[in-house]
Write a protein that binds this ligand. Structure first.
Ligand code: GLC
Length: 745
């Protein structure tokens, strides 16, 4: 009997241990592979000369057309150049790679990097647009297609995703990110890293990603690009770090250090962010590349007296690779001689770069396949995905008396405005290797959508910027002759992106006057907005029947917008960024503090303006649908939970309209009283759901320490006892409200 019991015990122990053993067994090959890479790295580093080591710490720029520069051949042959940016196209990358693999002493493959921000050749909506889909799966899919095309073209490394939280619409680079919220930004960071890298970026359709710009570049004062940032450590940890932590947890292989001065220590020479946080706290083991000449710019910042100083400051702080400026190569040997740099710092930087090259599989598979370049790039499947994702990114801001959707069998439609037939602008900024001639304009999309009998006319009306109204008469005539008008206005793509901040947020040029002239005809019209940032479109919001935010929707923009305008797709996008009423309100964001005198229209002595309402024009999370949704029956699983506890929050959502549609159910919390003041609302969950007409569904969320905690007085992440409010609704200002207590234990 005893033996039987003993055998049963041993068997149950074995069964208990089995899953862990299976996991351990699965993890074993990965650990072996990593250990093998480390062995190979160390063996290689031991053989490298100082010049070859410094060569790995250098990335140089190719030519805008994708060619490498003539001098790169010899540098690669001598092992003095480890990486390039902008060099692309299999013929070119393979030519340079053969020099490295056939003619150099150590045969270390070249790493080809490129800004594949929202597509390589098939261009998807700009990141702010993609984020407006609130659909992580769609965003991941877009990144995976971008990776497939980039790797097919010989590119191994994208300088994306851009993870800068931004709250000031004046900043041009707001278009490149995921908007103002750390939680939404973190969800999109994970999605983009997974899309670019997959689970193994040595695959022929993946690239290694780059979390940029590390860190707080989006906090530039006055929204002026490259300007100073002064951000407390608490704000860094609560607002600006989270998307980067999410990217790191998702396995991002590289980081890019930012241009900005961060509380007096520029981000490209900041030991706190580059080493203490990134390496010490987060255990990141990839490499950090500087931004474009941001090492050299330490001189202009006034941190470095000269190039040698700059190299010493950046390398010792934790920037492993210098982009374009050459201070590591020019001063490394001397700094070592003077003891200002240690060989260990150089070797560690080299190891980190080699680690990523090994993980990319470049030593085994250094060359790209021309057949893939032909088959993958701009494939019909990729175009179809771009159209679908673009349609999901559109945000319906206004739709009075069902002005939209339009009828595709109308007698005549006038398409008016300077952005209605622009192939260049729909691609947005940072449009990779996108070809303008590939792009479908709004006019082309409408013509393809409507019936052959429908007459479609076009009048530009005016330019995006400039003072001329010479085209107004033609536009008004076209409007008068049509059943309804589709007006396409906004910004040129070049008015957002890098080095493109604006001090005003109005529609540029005479576009508002064009809208007013069309409005004065009394004809029905809708406004299609194409822009890279929130705009102060107060008059349009007040007076136009319908308004659709399309950002810059990419190669398939025209088809995607037509799909929504004519009702083949019911828009479900939501704003990832607050629209102000006036530029003077900036920075304006939903997760603000309450202050001791919160805005109160009935109290003069409260925090507001004399000349502009304190509320936004359109709030974070806002977006309409062609159907209607109703939220009811908010339920909390308990009135009180312990600090380590979890709370289930659920709500019923019903589609009360006559057509299927998507709603983004958003969950916000507010910690009513804490040792550090907390924002009036914080997004802690969202789900984009599709409901058929009449369908109702209960949507659930879970809140736990990860959601309820914050950085306390000691900058320790903790949940504090006390009262919490919870809000569940269609945006950051509406919805159902509940409350619960967190208990002391
Ligand atoms: C630019 C940008 C950065 C980009 C890099 C390489 O200046 O700041 O986002 O990845 O240079 O093009």
């Amino acid at each position: 009997m005893k033996l039987a019991r003993l055998l049963c015990l041993l068997l149950s122990l074995a069964l208990l241990a089995a899953p862990r053993m299976v996991v351990a067994q699965r993890a074993q090959p990965a650990r072996n592979a990593q250990a093998d890479i480390e062995r190979r790295i160390n063996a290689l580093v031991a053989r490298m000369t100082l010049a070859e080591k410094l060569g790995q710490l250098q990335i140089l720029d190719g030519e805008a057309n994708g060619n490498f520069r003539p001098e790169h051949r010899d540098m690669v042959r001598k092992g003095l150049l480890g990486s390039t940016l902008n060099v692309r196209g299999v013929a070119r990358t393979n030519e340079l790679q053969h020099i490295a693999m056939d003619e150099s002493r150590l045969k270390i493959p070249v790493l080809f990097g490129f800004d594949v921000i929202h597509g390589y050749r098939t261009i998807f909506p700009v990141p702010l647009g993609e984020t407006s889909s609130w659909d992580a799966a769609a965003v991941e899919r877009a990144a995976s297609i971008a990776a497939d095309e980039a790797r097919a073209a010989g590119v191994h490394w994208t300088f994306a995703p851009m993870l800068d939280i931004a709250r000031d619409a004046r900043w041009g680079r707001i278009v490149e990110g995921a908007g103002e919220d750390p939680y939404l930004g973190s969800v999109m960071a994970r999605a983009r890293v997974r899309g670019f890298q997959g689970t193994d970026y040595s695959a022929p359709d993946r690239v290694v990603a780059c979390a940029k710009h590390w860190v707080a570049y989006g906090a530039v004062e006055a929204g002026r690009d490259y300007n100073t940032t002064n951000v407390s450590e608490r704000a860094l940890r609560e607002i600006y770090f989270p998307p980067f932590k999410a990217a790191t947890d998702a396995g991002v292989g590289t980081y890019m250090s930012a241009f900005n001065d961060l509380d007096g220590v520029p981000a490209s020479a900041n030991p706190f962010t580059l080493t203490r946080v990134l390496r010490g706290e987060w255990k990141f083991d990839g490499f950090v590349v500087s931004d474009y000449t941001s090492v050299e710019e330490l001189i202009k910042h006034g941190l470095a007296a000269d190039g040698a100083d700059a190299a010493q400051a950046a390398l010792n702080a934790g920037v492993d690779m210098e982009m374009v400026s050459r201070n590591y190569n020019q001063h490394g040997a001397q700094l070592l001689k003077e003891g200002k740099l240690s060989p260990a710092v150089i070797d560690e930087a080299v190891r980190r770069i080699l680690r990523i090259k090994f993980r990319l599989g470049l030593f085994e598979h250094p060359y790209a396949d021309e057949a893939r370049e032909r088959s993958e790039i701009l494939s019909p499947q990729h175009r179809a995905a771009a159209r679908e994702i673009a349609a999901r990114s559109l945000v319906l801001l206004k739709n009075e008396r069902g002005a939209l959707p339009l009828s595709a069998s109308a007698r005549s439609i006038a398409v008016i405005g300077p952005l209605a037939d622009s192939q260049e602008d729909v691609l947005g900024s940072w449009n990779g290797d996108g070809h303008i001639e590939d792009a479908v304009t709004l006019l082309a999309g409408i013509k393809a959508k409507v019936s052959p009998k429908t007459k479609v006319t076009y009048a530009k009306g005016c330019d995006v910027s400039g003072d001329s109204t010479a085209g107004f008469d033609e536009a008004v005539r076209a409007a008068r002759a049509a059943d309804f008008i589709i007006l396409a206005v906004g910004e040129a793509a070049a008015m957002s992106g890098e080095a493109s901040s604006r001090a005003q947020l109005d529609l540029p040029g005479r576009q508002l006057d064009l809208i007013k002239a069309i409005h004065a005809t009394g004809k029905p019209y809708v406004v299609v907005l194409m822009n890279g940032r929130p705009l102060t479109i107060n008059w349009v919001a007040e007076n136009s029947p319908a308004l659709l935010e399309t950002w810059f929707a990419g190669t398939e923009a025209g088809n995607a917008i037509a799909d929504v305008l004519f009702g083949d797709v019911n828009p479900g996008g939501k704003l990832p960024i607050t629209f102000p009423r006036a530029v003077g309100q900036e920075p304006l964001y939903y997760n603000h503090k309450n202050t001791g005198r919160p805005p109160d229209p009935n109290n003069k002595y409260s925090s507001k303006y004399l000349d502009v309402p304190f509320t936004p024009l359109y709030p974070f999370g806002y977006g309409l649908s062609y159907t209607q949704f109703q939220f009811s029956n908010l339920q909390l699983s308990a009135p009180r939970i312990p600090v380590s506890g979890h709370l289930n929050v659920s709500v019923e959502v019903a589609n009360t309209g006559r057509r299927a549609g998507d709603e983004v159910v958003q969950l916000y919390i507010h910690d009513v009283a804490a040792s550090v003041t907390r924002p009036v609302r914080e997004l802690k969950g969202f789900q984009r759901i599709t409901l058929q007409p009449g369908e109702r569904r209960r949507v659930s969320f879970t809140l736990g320490p990860a959601e309820l905690g914050f950085y306390n007085r000691e900058l320790r992440f903790a949940v504090e006892p006390g009262a919490f409010q919870v809000f569940v609704g269609p945006n950051s200002v509406e919805g159902l409200e509940g409350s619960f207590e967190v208990g002391a234990r």
